[in-house]
Ligand binder design. Structure first.
Ligand SMILES: Nc1ncnc2c1ncn2[C@@H]1O[C@H](COP(=O)(O)OP(=O)(O)OP(=O)(O)O)[C@@H](O)[C@H]1O
Ligand SMILES: [Mg+2]
Ligand SMILES: [Zn+2]
Length: 375
């Protein structure tokens, strides 16, 4: 099997670590000034670069060019040419120990670790311990780790990573330099996917790339795995392929349905749902997306500043359409619709008649608009 995209395209320099410039700058400076800390805590959502940055620290701590090399002093980047850099890249470095706390929660393992820490590195200046999902450690393992962090030996660097910051004991947190990894925005994700697509000579349309970037919800790893999945077919990938392979409904389809509803066109709405259903798309997903769409449109109606947040999740064209639709929002009517849709969504996931709750929600909301009033 070929190497998964997300492994093949793991950034080898800080420069390539996207969207985390606040972290990258601090770490590059620390490298240049020879001021690496003994313990770091990287936290933030999945697939945003935590493990990648931890390995970069292992490289800058140990890269053969680290001392007396002009380029290193200028850039704070690993050389990626020395044997240590390449051993760390390929996971063959004995002095870089990666521990997945999710599968080693027992105290024994941390005791092993404590023993291991006392030993000097075998061939590198620094032993780097990367402890992934550190929040999963048992309480006693936490305490053992704490003891180690209280007096770390001079040759050890710890990088703790977690997606759940709140679950890490405060006593551990306070002994580390903390860095918050943020979700990547849709443009940053699309930009990297485009580079991969052209490097791999894949045939993927830009609409398809944008859809993948939006489904990934801020995680570059998810985006790269999705790209892997849709390109295994070896055909030209367009928006429709992505929708069908991933069972997702695109923004444009959701926006179209929203527009028909906002124009109070009951007949048109039902026809459109039937069309989507027959096209083999996932109606449960359509409902979820429709809820998100109305939620955003409603939000924008009341607070234009939300635009800065939505900009990270939507393309410029999508945002324009959303803004146009938010003008058509009638708060009383559409809050009620949103409530019915949410109720419908939880029912339809367990129902063999998935489209019915969606249809009922729309009929309830629109029938008064189309029926002649009797009073
Ligand atoms: N900020 C980023 N810039 C460029 N590529 C990234 C970034 N974040 C993630 N990636 C891509 O996703 C892959 C996985 O990233 P990484 O293992 O660093 O994520 P993580 O934050 O450790 O996620 P998890 O919390 O799930 O362990 C990388 O190999 C890379 O291809
Ligand atoms: Mg990780
Ligand atoms: Zn090097």
């Amino acid at each position: 099997m070929s190497l998964a995209i997300y492994r093949k395209y793991r950034p080898k320099t800080f420069e390539d670590l996207l969207g985390q410039s606040h972290i990258v700058n601090v770490l590059k400076n620390a490298a240049r000034q020879d001021k690496l800390a003994h313990a770091y805590l990287f936290y933030g959502p999945r697939g945003t670069g935590k493990t990648t940055a931890a390995r970069l620290i292992a490289k800058i701590a140990n890269c053969a060019t680290r001392h007396n090399n002009k380029k290193f002093k200028e850039t704070g980047e690993p050389c990626n040419a020395c044997s240590r850099c390449s051993e760390i890249d390929t996971g063959k470095a004995l002095d870089v120990v990666e521990i997945d706390a999710a599968s080693n929660t027992g105290v024994d393992n941390i005791r092993d670790l404590q023993e291991g820490i006392k030993l000097s590195p075998t061939s590198y200046p620094y032993k780097v311990f990367i402890i992934d999902e550190v929040h999963m450690l048992s309480k006693s393992a936490f305490n053992a780790l704490l003891k180690t962090l209280e007096e770390p030996p001079a040759h050890a660097i710890f990088v703790l990573a977690t997606t759940e910051f709140e679950k890490v004991l405060p006593t551990i947190v306070s002994r580390t330099q903390k860095f918050h990894f943020r979700k990547l925005d849709i443009n940053e994700i699309a930009q990297k996917l485009k580079k991969i697509v052209s490097a791999e000579k894949m045939s993927v349309s830009s609409e398809a790339i944008e859809l993948i970037a939006s489904i990934a919800e801020g995680s570059l790893r998810d985006a790269e795995s999705l790209l892997d999945q849709v390109t295994t077919l070896d055909e030209k990938v367009d928006e429709k392929t992505v929708e069908q392979v991933l069972g997702q409904v695109s923004f444009s389809r959701t926006a179209k349905l929203a527009e028909i509803i906002l124009k109070s066109d009951l007949k048109g709405s039902l026809e459109y749902i039937a069309e989507i259903n027959e096209g083999g798309y996932n109606v449960v997903d359509l409902t979820k997306e429709l809820i998100r769409y109305f939620r955003r449109a409603l939000g924008l109606k009341f607070d234009e500043r939300l635009e800065t947040i939505f900009k990270k999740e939507l393309t410029a064209e999508e945002l324009n359409q959303l803004k146009k639709h938010s003008q058509l929002i009638n708060p009383d009517k559409h809050i009620k619709l949103l409530q019915t849709l949410i109720r419908g969504y939880s029912e339809m996931r367990y129902s063999p008649f998935a489209s019915i709750p969606l249809e009922i929600a729309i009929i309830e909301s629109l029938r008064n608009a189309t029926e002649p009033r009797l009073d």
